[in-house]
Structure formats: C-alpha cells, structure tokens
Design a protein around this ligand. Sequence first.
Ligand code: UP5
Ligand code: MG
Length: 228
Amino acid sequence: MPAIDPTSGTSALAQPAAPLTSANTSPAFDREKVTILFVLGGPGSGKGTQCANLVRDYGFVHLSAGDLLREEQNNKESKYGQLIADYIKDGKIVPMEITVKLLEGAIRSKLNSDGTGKFLVDGFPRKMDQAIFFEETVCPSKSTIFLECSEEVMRERLLNRGKTSGRSDDNEESIVKRFKTFVETSMPVVDHFEEEGRVIKVSAEDSVNEVYENLAKALAEKGISPSK
Ligand code: UP5
Ligand code: MG
C-alpha cells in the first residue's frame, strides 16, 4: 500500500484538518455544539435507509462514510481512487486516515453558521482504532445506533439491490468478505460502545416502517425527539 499523505493532492482530502496523531490533541469540534450519532450495522442492515428517515424527521445531516469513499474513488483528482476501489471490492476497511479526513471535512462544510450541527455518521467507525482516533481528534459521539440483522436477511437485500445498484461490492463474493470483516473487525466496536452503555440497539429484520417505529421509540427513551 502506498504511503498515505491525506494533506496532499487536490481532492477533498487536501483540506486542512486535524493532525494525524492523536497524542496531546483535543477534538476539532466541541461536543456541546456538535452532536454525533454513529450508525452501525452489518452490510445491508438498512443504515442508509433509516438515516434517510432520521434526516426527514429529526433534522440530522447524514454522512455515509461509504458514500464519501465512493465519491472520493470517483474523483479523478484523488490519488486514492484505485486504493479505495480495491478495498471496497474486497470488503476491507480503507485506512482510517482517509476516511476520518473525509468525514471531518464533510462535518466542517455542513456546520451551521454558529458552529452547531447534528450528524449521523453512517457506517463508521468500523474498527476500534478508528473509533478512538475519531473521538479524540474530531468529536466524541453522543451514542451509537446499532441495527441488528441476520446475515440471511442482509444477503437477500444486498443481492436484490445488486441487480440495479451498480455497486462493485453487491455480489456474492464481496458480500461474503464484507460479512467476515463486519463480524471480526466491526462488531468489537459495537461491543465496546455497548459495554460503555452508549448503544441504541434496534432489530432491523422487519419492514422499513416497523424498524423505523422501533428506532424512534428507542431514541425517545434516550431523550432524542423529532424536530418537526
Ligand atoms: N432495505 C433496507 N432496509 C430494509 C428493510 N427493513 N426491509 C427490506 N429491505 C430493506 O439497505 C440495503 C438494501 O436493503 C436496500 O436495497 C434497501 O432498500 C433495502 P441500505 O439502507 O442501503 O443498507 P446499509 O446498511 O446502508 O447497506 P450498505 O450496503 O451501505 O452497508 P455497508 O456497511 O456494507 O456499506 P458502506 O457503504 O457503509 O461501506 C462499503 C465499504 O466501504 C465497506 O465494505 C468498506 O470497504 C468501505 N468503508 C471503509 O473502509 N470505512 C468506512 O468507514 C466505511 C466504509
Ligand atoms: Mg449504506
């Protein structure tokens, strides 16, 4: 893998942001002003779908780490395009320096003029070191929404979506790899936040509307209510 220098080049990754080491640094954003909810769940559990509902009703800004990476992959000026494409097709986790820079830049660009903002960070953090690094250098999260779903249901949804999505990873071979990465690398992040009592867990097996009803109830229990 080439050495990563996210501060060079002409893509979004060239924006100045947090330093790349977490030692002796404070988060770039104030948790009193910026609310971050992580949204985790296996591939196809419905993260993007439920985030769209939350944007509509709760006034969150939705930032999908996967979407930001795919955008960067398609940016002809980015020197990470091929690297990102290879990692995504293989269901592997892109080096966090890239993803964290993209997320930080996106948060910065979507803040209100008074520096406040409410963000759903979808599909991130997928690895323990990413969770720690993001909370130390960007912003501590308020909670993590976890959409719990069986592989059987997720596989069916992804293969179905694959008929039209054009996503390089919506095929049987990549799906198997994505599931493996999720179980081995990303579930420990959910378990860690759960031990800290910071997880809002919702079953994601039922219809979109039923999942959303349960999610809204679980959020209400944590004092998070619709804005309109
Ligand atoms: N659908 C959704 N909910 C349904 C329901 N309740 N009932 C029936 N159908 C439902 O939904 C998937 C499909 O299911 C859709 O067709 C939807 O209509 C239907 P979606 O809402 O898109 O699910 P989501 O959980 O968002 O699935 P996604 O495929 O986006 O999850 P992944 O986590 O795999 O994908 P992501 O884009 O986050 O990441 C892709 C890759 O990017 C990773 O594998 C990795 O290589 C890389 N990546 C990183 O390296 N680092 C990161 O931080 C993030 C990503
Ligand atoms: Mg998604």
